[in-house]
Design a protein around this ligand. Structure first.
Ligand code: FAD
Length: 374
């Protein structure tokens, strides 16, 4: 079974690893990505606040040495889901199965003023720029603002606010700055009222103003303009740009209303043997790495069972955990079940602690070793 895995992020790496573990040299996996290294989303916070060097957080794809997996560094230019054929800047590939794991692209230009006068920390380059900008911010109005409806890692804006607060306290200039956090939800983490309450209490304690149910529509003359016309003074903007499917997905016919719809249990798209996992889908879970990984496991098990002649495999349960940096080295966690509980999503909250921070470090270490080890 020739499997083409499009995108080597959380979803693509986990899927390729599982197929290699199951079939060894007999796996026939081509893993394609346009970049030369994987970077955990949360590492961008470390880079931005100067905790880790940009080079230290990169996991080069050249290190992948999995039996039966060939990594190809090329940009995918077209996807034909009916023929299960893709065209890249290096050639054409055909598979028996396609797995689209291309994530979400960022469209900073969609927010007037963001590229010219703001900053974003959702890309490696944006985080690197901020690493130099933050030490020059000596006070004034800081705004952390979400610009679109959907974005990766719902806790990340709250984390940036708390870490900025800690950064300014460490420099002894917290009093000289205000911090506003603008997000389109009514609560910081909607599926977890407990985590939301803990975050709101921490914001209140640390003087962070929470602006719910709003987006930043533009940056203009030193102000952040919200989608209801309200204007906030803004000397430093840390933005979460508008998210979209990559252009190649938009032009493939796979996306409907912005994202790729899939069968929530199997992750199959409306095209037979074409699956989609992670941020690129509208499966109903947040756009976060742990959910992409969980979806990839379901697809891998399904493909392994098919190759071995069939059999029932588990359906996707939409379960995952999100770690949340509270500053001061403490990390909280929320475990959410989006799809397998009847009714609303259910969530279990774990208060911030140093122990959970260690657990997060271990999570990243084990994934790095698993995906990039031999
Ligand atoms: C600041 C920040 C903090 C975060 N914190 C967390 C966290 O604590 N926990 C968590 O679970 N998640 C977190 N995330 C979210 C997480 O990084 C993403 O949700 C996750 O990476 C999604 O996995 P994916 O496999 O769907 O896509 P991705 O990991 O984004 O992978 C997609 C891949 O496709 C490639 N690609 C795209 N287009 C093309 C093309 N045309 N040709 C070739 N290759 C292409 C990209 O280069 C990329 O490598 C965070 C994100 C950010 C930005």
């Amino acid at each position: 079974m020739r499997v083409l895995v499009l995108g080597a992020g959380f979803g693509g790496l986990e899927l390729s690893t599982r197929l290699s573990e199951a079939f060894g040299d007999d796996a026939d996996v081509t893993l394609i990505d346009r970049t030369d290294a994987f970077v955990f989303g949360f590492s961008k916070l470390d880079v931005m606040f100067g905790v880790r060097e940009p080079t230290a957080v990169r996991l080069p794809y050249a290190r992948i040495a999995k039996p039966g997996v060939r990594f190809v560094r090329e940009t995918i230019l077209a996807i034909d889901p009916e023929a299960k054929r893709i065209t890249t800047d290096g050639g054409t590939y055909e598979g028996d199965v396609l797995v689209v794991a291309l994530g979400a692209d960022l469209d900073a230009a969609a927010t007037p003023g963001l590229v010219e006068t703001g900053n974003e920390y959702y890309t490696e380059s944006g985080a690197e720029v901020l690493r130099d900008v933050l030490p020059t911010f000596d006070g004034g109005a800081a705004v952390i603002g979400v610009c679109g409806d959907t974005f990766k890692c719902p806790p990340a804006p709250s984390e940036a606010a708390l870490l900025l607060d800690a950064h300014l306290r460490d420099r002894g200039i917290r009093e000289a700055a205000s911090i506003h956090l603008v997000i389109p939800f009514g609560a910081p983490i909607p599926p977890s009222p407990e985590m939301s309450r803990a975050l709101l209490a921490t914001f209140a304690e640390r003087g962070i103003t929470f602006v719910p149910e709003r987006k930043v529509a533009a940056l203009e003359r030193g102000e952040a303009v919200l989608d209801d016309g309200q204007r906030l003074p803004c000397d430093l903007f840390l933005g979460i740009p508008v998210h979209r499917v990559p252009n190649v997905v938009a032009s493939s016919g796979l996306a409907v209303d912005g994202w790729i719809p899939v069968d929530a249990g199997t992750l199959e798209t409306r095209f037979p043997d074409v699956y989609a996992v992670g941020d690129v889908t509208s499966v109903g879970t947040p756009k976060a790495g742990m959910f992409a990984e969980g979806a990839a496991i379901v697809v891998a098990e399904e493909l392994i069972a098919k190759a071995r002649g069939g059999g029932e495999t588990a359906r996707y349960d939409g379960k995952g955990s999100c770690y949340i940096e509270f500053g001061g080295g403490e990390v909280g966690r929320v475990d959410v079940d989006f799809l397998s509980t009847p009714g609303a999503p259910s969530a279990v909250y774990h208060a911030p602690s140093i122990q959970t921070a260690q657990e997060k470090t271990e999570y990243a270490r084990t994934r790095g070793a698993r995906w990039f080890g031999a």
